[in-house]
Design a protein around this ligand. Structure first.
Ligand code: COA
Length: 120
């Protein structure tokens, strides 16, 4: 997945710890009204949670994406119950912009999504 997407519409990276593949992370291009915007996405395998890996991976990919894609902002969208994901963004300077009510339909249910934003 990382190899297929690299350079297409964003930056895609695998995440490694102690020589093992533990997750993946990306910033995809998603321009808004003439502004250069990227959207971040990430996952860490469960046994590796709560060791600071997500926070460090977000720090590194934002630095790479701002440099390589000349972005003005990076956004992150998080379900309200995903406290760990929100913390990872907050610890990297993302600010909560709004909670979008019923923005995503999943399993027939309309769910709220929190929109976070980081300026260059
Ligand atoms: C979100 C995710 C990437 C976090 O990765 P991580 O490596 O565990 O994150 P870190 O260890 O860097 O930091 C996690 C922060 O959240 C907190 N946290 C971790 N699990 C938590 C939980 N279940 N409830 C509340 N807080 C939690 C940690 O305490 C830490 O905050 P702190 O430094 O203030 O104490 C990981 O949980 C994951 O892959 N989840 C599934 C996929 C996903 O949700 N992706 C994001 C979609 S928006």
């Amino acid at each position: 997945m990382v190899a297929e997407n690299e350079g297409k519409e964003g930056v895609w990276r695998s995440i490694w710890a102690d020589g093992q593949l533990v997750g993946s992370i990306s910033v995809e291009r998603k321009d808004e009204g003439g502004q250069a915007i990227g959207e971040i996405g990430y996952m860490i395998l469960t046994p590796w949670w709560s060791q600071g890996i997500g926070t460090e991976a977000v720090r590194q990919i934002c630095e790479i994406a701002f440099q390589e894609m000349a972005l003005e902002q990076i956004i992150g969208q998080v379900f309200p119950e995903n406290v760990a994901s929100a913390r990872v963004l907050e610890k990297n300077g993302f600010r909560l912009e709004e909670t979008k009510t019923g923005a995503v339909v999943k399993g027939g249910k309309a769910l709220d999504v929190r929109l976070y934003r980081l300026d260059f």
